[in-house]
Design a binder for this molecule. Structure first.
Ligand code: GLY
Ligand code: MN
Length: 476
């Protein structure tokens, strides 16, 4: 919050602010202010927007949810602001199920509720939200959390109804019912709204492509700015910041915290501290995804040689991860169990690590489902997860629909094998220690086979070296 905010902090008569603790610095509003503040404002034009592109797709999703819960009253909350610290909240991000079923995404209002009211032949659906305050009330100037003086224009019921193609009502008109099923409280509803997202419609696929495009541009920016990262003692933060600038300027946000992991940090799978140096001769692993305004996100990892070329051992490890990713891609076929994608990648990881003499057993023994797994020391994570409005999409789907489910047209998931040799892992020769490589692409399953949505981002070791040379050459 800025100091100006402090100087005009409100009296609090209509305050619904979640974070205001500022009684010790409230300024009384003098009578002259109160007498004049509600007047002198031009009429707002109320031209209603045409329905947004996602509206008909969200309507179909609501129909599917309605059909799954006949006679039940369903409540899908958008979620509320969460306090970060005194007088500051985390940026609001609507619940994924809410965004999916309304199409209201980056511009959604906190505390909104999508309510399915049962009827004789389905449900009447209404979106409840806190409509903007009329300027005759004190809320608009006095409430730092929702007042338009503070946070800018807020939507009106009619405008949102037209925009989303949904009936709308004021949040104050909502009354909770004893038998309501609420997402994140009712297990079955939570599971169904998650499974509804396993197959993406054409709107979602277009948005995923857009998220990948923004992300690709962010990776180009990172490559161009690598010399700046090298020159800074906290180069990883430079990398994170460069990607953030692209994600914010071209989309909504990052879909998850960027991992900018240089040198041995690359072996920490979710290294988001990003406070290390980026040193020549090391590899830097960057796992980042831009989230479009629709909230669909990419999830892409590239591992780059900071100096522009791989050493022999770095290349050997890198090329093996490419081999594992290619094997996984080859397994990603309609009708094949999702888990087979992981199995294909792990087969390569086991065989190569055995060949390099890193395993205390043969590859076949390591691949034994009960007694093996020695190779997993060097890749403990899974190869794939569903991707969409959440980076780990469909997370509440049943196992038989997810890991043990069959690959279907319209699914979007990652393929992201890696090899990680911790700096202090004495099971590997010294030259391997401190090297971590992951390559992650976003895959769309079509009737004609898998499509790598992120294929445009250089991927093989030769492509990566040419990319760095080209981008940095053009920049210098
Ligand atoms: N991008 C991080 C992850 O998939 O876990
Ligand atoms: Mn991922």
């Amino acid at each position: 919050m800025t100091s100006e905010h402090d100087t005009i902090e409100q009296q609090g008569d209509a305050a619904t602010a979640t974070t205001s603790t500022s009684a010790n610095r409230r300024q009384p509003f003098p009578q002259g202010f109160l007498d004049t503040i509600s007047t002198g404002w031009a009429e707002r034009p109320e031209t209603l927007p045409a329905p947004r592109a996602q509206a008909p797709y969200a309507a179909k999703r609501r129909d599917a949810l309605s059909a799954a819960f006949p006679g039940k009253r369903l409540v899908i909350p958008a979620g509320s602001l969460k306090q970060r610290s005194n007088d500051t909240d985390y940026p609001f991000r609507a619940h994924s199920a809410f965004a999916h079923l309304t199409g209201w995404a980056a511009d959604a209002e906190p505390d909104s509720l999508l309510v399915f009211e049962p009827t004789t032949d389905g449900h009447d659906v209404t979106l409840y939200f806190r409509e903007r305050a009329d300027r005759t009330t004190s809320e608009f100037y006095s409430d730092a959390t929702i007042g338009e003086f503070w946070i800018g224009p807020r939507p009106a019921l009619a405008g949102v109804a037209a925009d989303l193609g949904l009936a709308t009502a004021h949040l104050d008109d909502f009354a909770a019912g004893e038998h309501d099923l609420v997402v994140d409280e009712d297990a079955e509803l939570t599971q169904v709204v998650s499974e509804l997202r396993l197959i993406k419609d054409e709107y979602e696929i277009a948005e995923m492509r857009r998220a990948v495009e923004i992300t690709a541009n962010g990776f180009d920016d990172i490559v161009r700015d690598l010399p700046r990262a090298v020159a800074h003692p906290r180069g990883e933060r430079i990398v994170e910041g460069v990607f953030h600038q692209r994600a914010r300027s071209d989309g909504n946000w990052e879909g998850y915290d960027t991992i900018a992991a240089s040198g041995p940090h690359a072996c920490y799978l979710h290294w988001t501290r990003n406070d290390g140096a980026v040193l020549p001769g090391d590899l830097i692993l960057i796992d980042a995804g831009a989230e479009a305004d629709s909230l669909y996100t990419a999830d892409i990892t590239r591992t780059l040689p900071v100096s522009g070329t791989f050493s022999d051992v770095q290349r050997r490890i890198y090329d093996t991860v490419v081999e594992a990713a290619d094997a996984a891609f080859g397994a990603a076929k309609i009708g094949v169990p999702f888990r087979e994608v992981h199995a294909a990648a792990m087969d390569v990881i086991a065989r190569r690590t055995a060949e390099w003499g890193l395993l205390p057993v043969t590859a076949e023994e390591a691949l034994d489902a009960d007694k093996g797994g020695q190779h997993r020391r060097y890749m403990v994570h899974g190869t794939s997860h569903h991707l969409g409005i959440d980076v780990h999409d469909c997370a509440q789907a049943r196992r038989e629909m997810y890991y043990d489910g069959l690959i279907q047209e319209g699914m979007v998931f990652t393929i992201e094998p890696g090899l990680y040799f911790q700096i202090d892992d004495v099971t590997v020769p010294e030259e391997y220690r401190g090297i971590g490589v992951r390559i992650e692409d976003d895959i769309l399953i079509t009737a004609d086979g898998p499509v790598n949505l992120s294929a445009g981002i250089p991927r093989t070791s030769a492509e990566i070296e040419a990319w760095i040379a080209t981008v940095q050459g053009a920049a210098s």
